[in-house]
Ligand binder design. Structure first.
Ligand SMILES: *Cc1c(COP(=O)(O)O)cnc(C)c1O
Length: 404
């Protein structure tokens, strides 16, 4: 996003004009930002050309998935719905991995029928279920095993997944048993060791530690894995202050690992691909002033973007028309929903705002629309893809008739 003559733009499009033409709230995505993110992700790990499986749960928009597919990415899915959407977007099942602790019989059956790259199992019960279904179909199914490396990702506790108190993956002891089980099965083809220690990770050291844990357990089980799936979790900068993940150091750690283990690396990035691609624009319905604060009541609420309410996540808010004058009272941006947690951001000072002004909530491309709901029976926002001077509606605004 960029200000030109004090007006905020995505690519060549003025956001105030978008609000006028398409209404608010509206999710706006920048095509060129998506393109840049994917090329820089590839560049960071170019020396070993990994398989990059986009984490569909971060953004399930069909049109965006089609664009992501055109850049050569596969998909990481966590439900049958996501698997169907990825296939609908044209992603080759040979580039799709299926993760998640609770895959149902119907989901496993569907994935086996589609001959996807890997089913990454997370428990003994799941492996036995996959084995049974594979046997009934007389098939040999490619599987991965998700290890819980007991590594602290040093991120928000709500989005940490790689510690022993988290439900994800299996511990070392179970992992060893699972490898044995797979070796003895005629219907399981164990190809992958997978991990995913959490999300919004900005420090490379947990990744380094995780690689050491993987290295150790591979030596212990003495098994040649075709693939090592390192998951996603690469963080992005939501504020100007937070630091970036040091990709160079992460890359060095992986290259060191690969000197010992000749496997193909898989990544499952979501946020780092799509996070800063999306902006949510919203209109100020009312401004309510009290002694302490100015409440800026927006037409976007926690049903449209739940991350601040759910994780206490920070999303910056910026005006679409810049003004000089600052208000020195607390400016608190809130939604219209009947919940006290329906609050986006509280700032000590902000420029002067008026009712009907349009503001922009930044970096909402990941876990924005995909976590949206119809709470308070509010229709879901429109989604727009912007490329240069072109605007495409990539999902229509929901109508009341869609649910009443
Ligand atoms: C959520 C998830 C990802 C993506 O995480 P990001 O932080 O968006 O990169 C990757 N792999 C698995 C197994 C996940 O659950």
């Amino acid at each position: 996003m960029i200000y030109i003559n004090k007006k905020l733009r995505i690519e060549n499009i003025n956001l105030v004009n978008i609000a006028k033409k398409y209404g608010t709230p509206a999710y706006c995505y920048s095509y060129n930002q998506l393109k840049d993110n994917i090329s820089s992700f590839k560049r960071n790990f170019a020396s070993f050309s990994p398989i990059i499986c986009f984490a569909v749960k971060s953004n399930t928009n069909l049109r965006l998935l089609k664009e992501i597919k055109k850049f050569g990415l596969g998909a990481d899915v966590v439900s049958q719905g996501e698997l169907m959407m990825a296939i609908k977007a044209g992603i080759n099942p040979k580039k799709i991995v299926f993760s998640g602790v609770g895959k149902s019989t119907s989901e496993i059956t569907y994935a086996i029928d589609k001959r996807i790259l890997l089913l990454n199992a997370e428990s003994m019960s799941e492996i036995k279920k996959i084995d049974k279904i594979a046997r009934s179909k007389n098939r040999k199914v490619k599987v991965g095993l998700r290890l819980n490396p007991n590594t602290d990702a040093k991120t928000l506790s709500q989005i940490s997944t790689g510690k022993k108190e988290n439900k994800f993956g299996v511990n070392e002891k179970t992992f060893i048993e699972l490898v044995k089980y797979c070796k003895n099965s005629k219907n399981l083809d164990l190809q992958c060791l997978s991990v995913h220690i959490g999300s919004q990770i900005l420090n490379y050291r947990p990744y380094e530690k995780m690689l050491k844990v993987i290295d150790k357990i591979i030596s212990k089980v003495n098994y040649k894995f075709e693939f090592i799936d390192l998951g996603g979790g690469m963080g992005i900068s939501y504020t100007d202050k937070t630091k970036q993940l040091n990709y160079r150091k992460y890359n060095i750690a992986i290259k060191k690992f690969l000197k010992k283990h000749n496997s193909k690396i898989i990544f499952e990035p979501g946020r780092s691909i799509i996070g800063n691609v999306g902006t949510l624009i919203s209109r100020i319905i009312y401004i309510k002033r009290n002694e302490k604060k100015n409440f800026i009541i927006l037409d976007a609420g926690m049903n449209d973007l739940i991350r601040p309410a759910l994780y206490g996540a920070f999303h910056n808010i910026v005006p679409t028309i810049r003004k000089q004058r600052k208000v020195k009272k607390i400016t608190e941006f809130v939604g219209p929903i009947c919940e006290s947690t329906d609050k986006f951001l509280s700032l000590k000072k902000f420029q002067e705002l008026n009712e009907n002004d349009i503001i922009a909530i930044c970096d909402v491309g990941a876990y924005g629309m995909s976590l949206s709901s119809n709470y308070n029976l509010r229709p879901k926002p429109i989604e727009l893809l912007i490329e240069g001077s072109k605007i495409k509606v990539i999902r229509k605004r929901q109508k009341y008739t869609d649910f009443i």
